[in-house]
Design a protein around this ligand. Structure first.
Ligand code: ARG
Length: 479
């Protein structure tokens, strides 16, 4: 016979095994055990301080909760579906260990505000971990950009050769994306940082609790404002998943480029053997599985975001059991985005840049045609006219199977009399790149400045990480 449920008072018969299995969340919410115990200890300290339970009972409960944490860590406590969820497992074990006194832990608390607290604590950690990993990828991007500051690359629009670029500029574009991702994660942390416990089932509690005290113990600067909102709000989970979806979209774009660039058609980069795998049938193959998997995993992160949005749509206030479905989507997203960022940070230094191939590719596609038009503009020709003239020059080159650089000054002059000897300098690759010194341009000085600014931003970003680490330590102190 399974032990009686902690809520079984009004029930005539035990739940069927099928229902136990169907409703249980312990198979996945057990990962919250540390947060659940931490929250319970903070709650218990508050109950004792407010004289809602005797100090002696609180000591007994806290001592047992710490033992239970060890039991879980050592695999001594089974996650049986009859225990329903992590909260019930821990509470029933507590009562088993210390007797009826253990039942006092749930005074002035409901599982509805308890789970809100557990997930909030979990999410704070997940956000800090994600920011740290974004930081690692960003560092790796800066290192890559610095190392290859002299490498040219054809820039693409519509996947057609467009204008020449510094490879470092291309790399730093991803730095910017991740910098925005980071800001989104930090902003989300600010919104998670409201302590929900004390909301009770939905309406608060008549017991003289001290919510601010619990918040202080757990390193929260404030408590949530409305008990109904506290138990039914899942905004920050959705926000995390949305932010994660954008991170994955960014990683996936870079991965797509790496996959293209490692192909024999491009050969712009090579990913070291330790980050590729072979084929079980084709002996010659070296496949870019890591970027492919990151690109692939983007799908499940989008899927989880959709699942959460759909879950919340039309849910009446306040708690509904539907809300239990939020966890797998969140946990999977946290694990996926963290593992993708971690492996991405490790892979970046393992990428060999093929400077010669990139430079060779930059020779074709009339990359400096716009520079030629800009040159004519400097000579007083209206841009639209200049555009047309250069269009005709390009068409001439295609017919003659020549590049812009193969043309002599006299040949060019035939298209417009304003063209002089100084044109050759203007349409050279290096000149084209280096004249783009405007802020945000691909000119060498502009890119170097962008790298310096990025490094300074990373140094500034450490402040958030340090503050969050202090909160983590404070949180651990609650025990
Ligand atoms: N396992 C539940 C969840 O994740 C905990 C809250 C249960 N509350 C309830 N009223 N049944 O949502």
């Amino acid at each position: 016979m399974a032990a009686k449920k902690l809520w079984a008072g009004r029930f005539g018969t035990a739940t069927s095994k099928a229902v136990d299995e169907f409703t249980a969340s312990i198979a996945f919410d057990h990962i919250l055990y540390r947060y659940d115990i931490m929250g319970s200890i903070a709650h218990c300290r508050m109950l004792s301080k407010q004289k809602i339970i005797p100090a002696r009972d609180a000591r007994t409960i806290i001592g047992a909760l710490k033992e239970i944490e060890k039991e879980i860590e050592n695999g001594k406590l089974a996650f049986a579906p009859q225990k329903e969820d992590i909260h019930m497992l821990i509470e029933s074990r507590l009562i088993q260990k210390v007797g009826a006194v253990g039942g006092k832990i749930h005074t002035a608390r409901s599982r509805n505000d308890q789970i809100a607290l557990d997930v909030s604590l979990y999410l704070r950690d997940a956000l800090v971990d994600t920011v740290c990993l974004l930081d690692q990828v960003q560092q790796a991007l800066i290192t890559m950009a610095e190392k290859h500051i002299d490498v040219f690359l054809p820039g693409f629009t519509h996947l057609q050769h467009a204008q020449p670029l510094l490879f470092a500029h291309h790399v730093m574009a991803y730095f910017e994306m991740l910098q925005r991702d980071r800001a989104r994660m930090e902003a989300c942390y600010g919104r998670v940082n409201r302590m929900p416990l004390g909301a009770g089932a939905l309406a608060g509690t008549p017991h003289p609790i001290d919510r601010q005290y619990v918040a202080g113990l757990l390193g929260y600067p404030a408590v949530t404002a409305n008990s109904m909102d506290s138990v039914s709000d899942r905004d920050t989970l959705i926000e995390f998943c949305s932010n994660a979806a954008i991170v994955m979209m960014h990683l996936s774009r870079f991965c797509e480029e790496l996959i293209l660039w490692t192909s024999s058609e491009f050969q712009f980069v090579e990913i070291s053997d330790s980050f590729c795998t072979g084929s079980s049938i084709m002996p010659q193959k070296k496949n870019p599985d890591v970027p492919e998997l990151i690109r692939g995993k983007t799908g499940r992160v989008y899927g989880s975001l959709m699942a959460l949005l759909t879950l919340m749509k039309s849910l009446p206030l306040t708690y509904n059991r539907d809300l239990q479905e939020d966890k797998e989507a969140l946990f999977d997203t946290v694990e996926t985005v963290k593992s993708c960022l971690a492996v991405f940070a490790l892979m970046l230094p393992e990428i060999k840049v093929n400077k010669e191939k990139m430079a060779e590719a930059a020779q074709s596609g009339f990359l400096t045609a716009t520079d030629l038009a800009d040159y004519l503009v400097e000579k007083g020709v209206a841009f639209r006219t200049a555009h047309d003239i250069v269009g005709r020059i390009v068409s001439y080159c295609i017919r003659k199977k020549k590049s812009l650089w193969d043309l002599s000054v006299n040949e060019l002059k035939r298209f417009n009399k304003n063209i002089g000897a100084d044109v050759l300098n203007t349409i050279a690759l290096t000149a084209s790149i280096n004249r783009r010194t405007c802020v945000g341009g691909t000119g060498r000085t502009a890119v170097k400045q962008a790298i310096r600014k990025a490094a300074a931003e990373l140094r500034k970003g450490k402040k958030f990480i340090e503050q969050a680490e202090t909160t983590r330590r404070k949180m651990a102190d609650v025990k």
